[in-house]
Design a protein around this ligand. Structure first.
Ligand code: ADP
Ligand code: MG
Length: 224
């Protein structure tokens, strides 16, 4: 589903050079749930952003479903995300002026779906919020907001779900529920999941765990 070939991302900040990701090669199989762990600053978010085309490698190539993304334009990446990739973040990034239902509908409308209503209701129901569609984010708890964000990320039936610290802003019980929900929905929908987390709890749900340190893969194994 995803293949990284010697991917690096170097940031230049004045005189200092920050090697956020250093020569990572990696394969994620279709349907796999991969957790990326590591301390703060180890490059987890940078790696996820690169895989989702929210940032560009300074070196190497990222293949999505066998297709090289080298040289894709901004617009081509946007199309690729709209068709194949969903993303959830630590901060839910819901649009505050829109209801839960409208937040979930938005990516479908942007893709040009003329009548996303039924799909939106299915997605809200799948995250247990069938009765909260008319609520704005400010009227929902953190866990509920993350559920809406998850419904939004999965609404277009992506092949790949990227989750950057999706439990980082939640208490441990709700965090565990969100990870279990990600796992269950991805299994149902056939999504491949790449989840960045510093939480051992969250990583325990994965099929495989990659530990990063200073931008490189330090070790790889089964969740503990
Ligand atoms: P993590 O998600 O594991 O906490 P990040 O990927 O956010 O780590 O960051 C890895 C390193 O890259 C850090 O040293 C961070 O400060 C640096 N970094 C991330 N994004 C940028 C950027 N846009 N400009 C400069 N440095 C950055
Ligand atoms: Mg991060």
């Amino acid at each position: 589903m995803v293949r990284l070939e010697g991917v690096s991302r170097v940031y230049q900040r004045g005189a200092s050079t920050i090697r956020a990701v250093q020569g990572i090669s990696l394969e994620v199989a279709r349907g796999e749930f991969l957790a990326i762990m590591g301390p703060s600053g180890s490059g987890k978010s940078t790696l996820l952003n690169l895989i989702g085309g929210l940032d560009r490698p300074t070196d190497g190539d990222i293949l999505i479903e066998g297709r090289s993304t080298r040289g894709l334009t901004e617009a081509e990446w946007t199309t690729l995300r709209r068709e194949r990739i969903g993303v959830v973040f630590q901060f839910f990034n819901l649009l505050p002026g829109l209801t839960a239902r409208e937040n979930v509908a938005l990516p479908l409308l942007l893709r040009g779906d003329a009548d996303p209503g039924a799909r939106v209701e299915d997605c809200l129901a799948a995250v247990g919020l069938a009765h909260r569609g008319e609520h704005r984010p400010s009227e929902l708890s953190g866990g509920e907001q993350q559920r809406v964000a998850l419904a939004r990320a999965l609404a277009h039936r992506p092949a790949l779900l990227l989750a950057d610290e999706p439990t980082g802003n939640l208490d441990s019980t709700v965090g565990r529920e969100i990870v279990q929900l990600i796992k269950a929905l991805a299994r149902q929908g056939g999504q491949t999941v790449v989840l960045a987390t510093h939480s051992r709890d969250a990583a325990a749900a994965a099929d495989r765990v990659l530990i990063m340190r200073d931008g490189a893969v330090q070790k790889e194994g089964l969740p503990s």
